[in-house]
Design a protein. Structure first.
Length: 246
């Protein structure tokens, strides 16, 4: 596929759109991070190296609530663990090895996974992944810096209610997914919320979030949901009938 064809393809167009739209939410993270007490440099460091929005918001949410860094980091780690499962699926779909796989591992998040698995073939899947990763990552870091610097200039952060930005954005990202998923996902969400609400008044900040994560154990019971992908078992790009690309 030529460069011009790639620029005109749905994989590139959709990846570009998702990258810009979601990357701009880095503005909210930069705001929330500085409101929680982080410096602009620390905020950008998290966006650049951690690069998973839900975990980043969880970390600064615990810190802003007075919780320990250890509790915030553990909660962020639990939320980010799902990316490991995404990576196992994308390894087969993308077929990269060596340095390419190591670099791609950093970009395995919800948006890049969804865009990649929606493609009909390996070439389109790779293009969708790279486009979404590059655009979203660039915008996420740039807007994090913008939000952090702007918030640092505000003399009285509490007067603007900026401490509520992180939770509001987090809920905004979560709600559409709950509407689209099945009943078991909603049950996990409601149970986790119930555990968090019940334990917040009696436990230190950060601990209720960790306990709420135990609701995810429900996913271990019942049939495993089918994960969509761009190839079927007999497709050449599945890796069975052709040499895996490097």
């Amino acid at each position: 596929m030529s460069i011009l064809s790639q620029l005109r393809s749905p994989a590139f167009r959709d990846g570009l759109g998702i990258g810009v739209a979601v990357g701009a939410a880095g503005l909210a993270f930069g705001t929330a991070a500085v409101a929680a007490g982080l410096s602009p440099a620390q905020s950008v460091f998290l966006s650049l190296f951690m690069f998973t929005g839900a975990s980043q918001f969880a970390l600064v949410g615990v810190i802003s609530g007075g919780g320990s860094l250890a509790a915030g980091a553990l909660g962020a780690l639990l939320l980010g663990a799902r990316n490991t499962l995404y990576g196992l699926r994308l390894t087969e779909v993308l077929g990269w090895r060596g340095a390419k796989r190591a670099l791609a591992a950093h970009g395995v998040i919800d948006e890049t996974t969804a865009m990649t698995l929606a493609q009909p073939d390996r070439e389109s899947a790779r293009l969708a992944f790279v486009t979404t990763y590059a655009v979203l990552g660039s915008f996420w870091v740039a807007f994090t810096l913008l939000g952090a610097l702007a918030t640092e200039r505000v003399s009285d952060i509490d007067a603007f209610g900026l401490d509520a930005v992180g939770p509001a954005i987090f809920l905004g990202l979560l709600w559409p997914r709950l509407r689209d998923e099945g009943g078991r996902t909603r049950l996990i969400a409601l149970l986790g919320a119930g555990v968090a609400l019940a334990t917040t008044p009696i436990l230190p900040p950060g601990v209720p979030v960790l306990l709420a994560a135990s609701a995810g154990l429900i996913a271990l019971f019942g049939p495993e949901p089918r994960v969509p992908g761009p190839v079927d078992a007999n497709s050449p790009v599945s890796g069975r009938n052709e040499e895996v690309g490097s």
